[in-house]
Design a protein around this ligand. Structure first.
Ligand SMILES: Cc1ncc(COP(=O)(O)O)c(C=O)c1O
Length: 361
C-alpha cells in the first residue's frame, strides 16, 4: 500500500460533495439577465408554494445561507432571552455552532441532555424541566431535536409524537434541526407532515447544502404566528441574501424534480452498503444503527492512522469515526475505501472481500 493520497470523493462530510445536476442546471437558468433582488424574484415565491404542497399545510418559509443561521434564527424566533432550550448533548446547536443560538437569542441557555443513539428521550426532558424553576434559574422555552441525528439515526413518527406531547405538556416549543431532514424522510418513507407539524413540530430547519445544493437552507414555520416579523430578524442578522434567486432556483429544481428525495435515498443506500462492507471486518465495530447517510465505526487506531495517511478524510466525533455518504457517493468509492481498510488491516491486497476473510497475512 503506497502512502499517496488518491480518493476522488471523501467520506468526511456530505458538505464535501459538489452541486447536483438539477441544482446546477437551475443556477444556469437563473443566471439570465437582471432579476429583482432580496426574494422578489420568480423562484422564491414558487419555492414557498412547493413547500406548502410538500408539507400539506399553510407554512411560511425563509431562506438563509447556512444551517447554523437557520438554527440560530429559528430558536431566536421561538424563545425569549431568558428561556432555555433542551437538546441532545451531541446536538450541532450545542457542540458546533460557536454559541450562535445563544448569540441570536440574546442569552438563551442550551441545556444538553444525554440520550442513546443521539436521540433525546422524554424522561430526561421531564427531569430537566422539573429542576429548579425560580426566577434565578431559567425558564424552559423549547425542545430542539436533530432529524436525522448527529449519530446518523432517525426519530420515528411515534418517537417524535411522544416528544411533541411532552413538549406541549411542559409548554415548550419544538424546533427541528433538519440539516439532514431529507435523509430522515428517505429513511422512514413517510409523508413529511408526519415528521413535522402532525408530530407537534413548530419550526423545521430544512437543509439543502448537504443534499446537493451549493448553499442555502430553509426555515419552515408551521406555526405561522412565530414567523411574525421574522423577515426583520433575518435582515438584522445579515442573512437576507440580495441575490436570493441563486438559492431559491436550485431549491425549486430539487423540489420539482424530486431530486431532494432521490439524492437522500442514494446517500442512505450508500451508507448501508458501506456498513455492510465494514461489518465483514471483525475488528470494526459499528457504533450506531445506520438509518440515514452516516456510518459510525470504531476500528484499531493504527487503521485510522493508515487510512488518513492514504488520503482519506474523516472525523472522530460522537464516539466513533464518522463516515458520511453523499448524493454523489459511488459504489467504487466504497470499494476503494474498503480496499484501503483491508490494506490497513494487513490483509492480502487484490483479493475479493469473501476470499480475504480467510486470507489475512
Ligand atoms: C446537524 C447539523 N445541523 C446544522 C449544521 C450547520 O450547517 P452549516 O455548516 O451550513 O452552518 C450542520 C453542519 O454540519 C449539521 O451537521
Amino acid at each position: 500500500m503506497s502512502d499517496t493520497p488518491h480518493p476522488a470523493r471523501q467520506f468526511a462530510s456530505d458538505t464535501y460533495a459538489g452541486v447536483c445536476p438539477e441544482a446546477l442546471a437551475a443556477l444556469q437558468e437563473a443566471n439570465r439577465g437582471h432579476v429583482a433582488a432580496y426574494g422578489d424574484d420568480p423562484w422564491t415565491p414558487r419555492a414557498g408554494r412547493l413547500l406548502r404542497d410538500l408539507f400539506e399545510t399553510d407554512c411560511d418559509a425563509f431562506f438563509v445561507p447556512t444551517g447554523t443561521a437557520a438554527n440560530a434564527l429559528a430558536l431566536a424566533a421561538l424563545c425569549r432571552s431568558y428561556h432555555s432550550v433542551f437538546c441532545h448533548a451531541d446536538a450541532h446547536v450545542q457542540t458546533d455552532e460557536c454559541g450562535a443560538p445563544e448569540y441570536a437569542a440574546r442569552g438563551v441557555k442550551l441545556v444538553p441532555l444525554d440520550g442513546r443513539d443521539g436521540k433525546v428521550e422524554p424522561p430526561p426532558v421531564r427531569a430537566a424541566a422539573a429542576k429548579r424553576r425560580d426566577v434565578h434559574s431559567h425558564k424552559p422555552g423549547a425542545l430542539s431535536l436533530s432529524q436525522a441525528t448527529e449519530a446518523g439515526t432517525v426519530y420515528g413518527a411515534d418517537e417524535l409524537g411522544a416528544l411533541g406531547d411532552v413538549a406541549r405538556e411542559l409548554g415548550l416549543r419544538v424546533h427541528v434541526d433538519g440539516a439532514r431532514f431529507a435523509n430522515a424522510v428517505a429513511s422512514l418513507r413517510l409523508p413529511p407532515r408526519r415528521l413535522t407539524w402532525e408530530a407537534g413540530v413548530d419550526v423545521l430547519c430544512f437543509g439543502g447544502t448537504k443534499n446537493g445544493l451549493a448553499a442555502g437552507d430553509l426555515i419552515v414555520f408551521f406555526d405561522r404566528g412565530l414567523a411574525h416579523e421574522f423577515e426583520y430578524r433575518r435582515k438584522q442578522a445579515g442573512h437576507l441574501m440580495a441575490k436570493m434567486r441563486f438559492v431559491a432556483a436550485p431549491w425549486v429544481a430539487l423540489l420539482e424534480s424530486g431530486a431532494w428525495l432521490r439524492n437522500a435515498e442514494h446517500a442512505n443506500a450508500m451508507a448501508r452498503r458501506l456498513e455492510a462492507e465494514l461489518r465483514r471486518f471483525p475488528e470494526v465495530q459499528v457504533v450506531y444503527p445506520v438509518q440515514a447517510n452516516a456510518v459510525f465505526v470504531r476500528m484499531p487506531p493504527a487503521w485510522t492512522a493508515a487510512l488518513h495517511r492514504r488520503g482519506w478524510h474523516f472525523y472522530t466525533i460522537a464516539g466513533g469515526e464518522r463516515l458520511m455518504c453523499s448524493w454523489d457517493t459511488q459504489p467504487g468509492d466504497i470499494t476503494a475505501f474498503v480496499d484501503d481498510v483491508r490494506g490497513a488491516a494487513g490483509w492480502r491486497e487484490n483479493c475479493s472481500t469473501e476470499k480475504s476473510e480467510g486470507g489475512r497475512s
